[in-house]
Design a protein around this ligand. Sequence first.
Ligand code: ADP
Ligand code: MG
Ligand code: ZN
Length: 494
Amino acid sequence: MAEEVNAYEPVIGLEVHAELQTKSKMFCGCAVVDSVTAEPNTFVCPVCVGFPGVLPVVNEKAVEFAMKVGLALNCQIAEVNVFARKNYFYPDLPKCYQISQYELPLAVNGWMTIETPDGERRIDVRRVHLEEDTGKLFHVDGHSLVDFNRSGVPLLEIVSEPDMHSVEEVKAYAAKLRAILKYLGVNSGDMEKGVIRFEANVSVRPAGTTELRTRTEVKNLNSFRALVRSVEYEIERQSRTYAEGGTVDQETLGWDEARGATLSQRSKEQAHDYRYFPEPDLPPLEISREWVEQIRAGLPELPDAKRARFVRDFGLSRYDASVLVAERNVAGYFEQSVELAMGAPRHHPSPVVPKTISNWITGELFGLMNQAGIEIEAMKVTPERLVELIGMVARGEINWNTGKIVLAEMFSSGESAPTIVQAQGLAQVSDEAAIAETVKRAIADNPGQVEQYLAGKETVAKWLMGQVMRAHGGKANPQVVQSLLDEALAGLKK
Ligand code: ADP
Ligand code: MG
Ligand code: ZN
C-alpha cells in the first residue's frame, strides 16, 4: 500500500573530515602545504609515501589541535589513545593501510548547538579521531596521476550522532563546525581546496516513529552545496522508494554534481572489511589530565560565547550577533570598530553605536564584499575608516544614501570618507532656507500631482520628496526635507 511521500522524517548523521593545518605532517617531518598550488610530489619522504621499513612518529602539535577540537565540541578526551591500521588498497594510499583510530578514539561524547528557525538545537558528537590523509588522484587525458603532498597530512574525523532531521539542520551543523575549526586556528576552512570534506549518512522513517532505518552514505562531498543537494536528493529518493512499497539498500553513494543525483558506488563496506588492528609501530598515546587542562585553558572564545557577549555588552539582537560571529575575522573587525567608536575623546563623543556598526557591516559591507567576491581580511576599508564614515553620517555631514555611495568608493579606491566627500562635493545640504525654497518650487511646478495628493493619494508625498532630493543632487538632509515638505503639504490641506 502506498504511503504519502511527505509522511517521512529524515534522519541524518554527518562524518566530517578536516585537515589539521600543522606545520608538518602527522607521522613525518614533511611540510603541510597547499595541495592546490604546491608542485606535486615535492613534499614527500619515505614515511609518507610508504616505503617498507620506515617508522612513523606522532606529531604532538596535531594531537594538540585534535584536543582543541574535541574540547571545543564538549567531548571527553581519552587518557589512552590507540592508533589502528585500516587496511585497504587504493592508488592514493601507498602503504595500503591508513593509520587511524578505531576502538579508542581521541575524543568521545560531545555536542554542539545549532540555530534553527525553531530555536537552538543540540546535536551530539559521537567521536573525534585522528588519522592521516591520503594522496590525491588526477585523471588527465586518459592518464591517472597521483600527488603525494597530501599523503600523511593530519586529518580529523568528526562523527555526529544521527540527530539531524532536515537539510537546514545539516547545513547549520556543517557551517558551525567549519566556523569552530577556523576559530581554533586548526583549519583554514577553504572548502574549495578540499581541507574539509563531508560524508552524509541518510535514512528516512515514518514521521512520529523513532526507529533507525537502513541508511545510505554519500561520500566525498566537497562543498556545502553538494552536501545540501545530495541530502535533499536522498531524502526524496528514499521517501519515494518507501512510499511505493520498496526497500532502501545499505549503500555507499557518490554525488554526480552535473546530473544532480546520487550514484551507487558499492555496497556498504563493514568494519571487518578493513581488518583493523592496533598499529604495531606506535605505542598507545597517553594524554595526561594536565595536558588536557592546559589545552582547555588556551582555547579562544568560541562563537556561542562571543554571540552571548555581543548581545549582553553591545545590545545587539541575537540574530545580528549570530551573523557577526559566524566568521572569526568578521567578529574581530566588528569588535575593533566598536572599540574605536567607544574610545573617541570625551569632548567629541562618537555618536556611533554598536548596533549601527553592525548594520553597516552586515548590510553595506557584506554586499560589497559579496559583489567583489572577497573576504573581510582582503578588504581596503579599515575599521578606523568605517567608523569615520559612520560618524559623518551620524553627525549629519552626509546623508545615509550618500554614505552608501561613499563606502562603495572607499571599498574600491581605499580612500577615506572625508577625502571622497571633499573631492566629489558630497557634503549634505542642511540649509533650511535653501531646502524650503526647493520644496516650494516642487509644489508649484507640479500642480497635477499636488491635486492628486489632496484627493487622498498619499504616495505623491514620497514622489515630491524624491523631486526635492533630486534638485539637491541627493545631498539634502532627508529629515529636513521630510519635515519641511510635511509642513508645506499640511498647509495646503487647510
Ligand atoms: P561507519 O563508520 O561505517 O560509516 P558509523 O556507525 O560510525 O558507521 O556511523 C557513521 C554515521 O552514520 C554517524 O554519523 C551516524 O550518526 C550515522 N548513522 C548511523 N545510523 C544511521 C541511520 N539509521 N540513519 C542516518 N544516519 C545514521
Ligand atoms: Mg562512514
Ligand atoms: Zn613525509
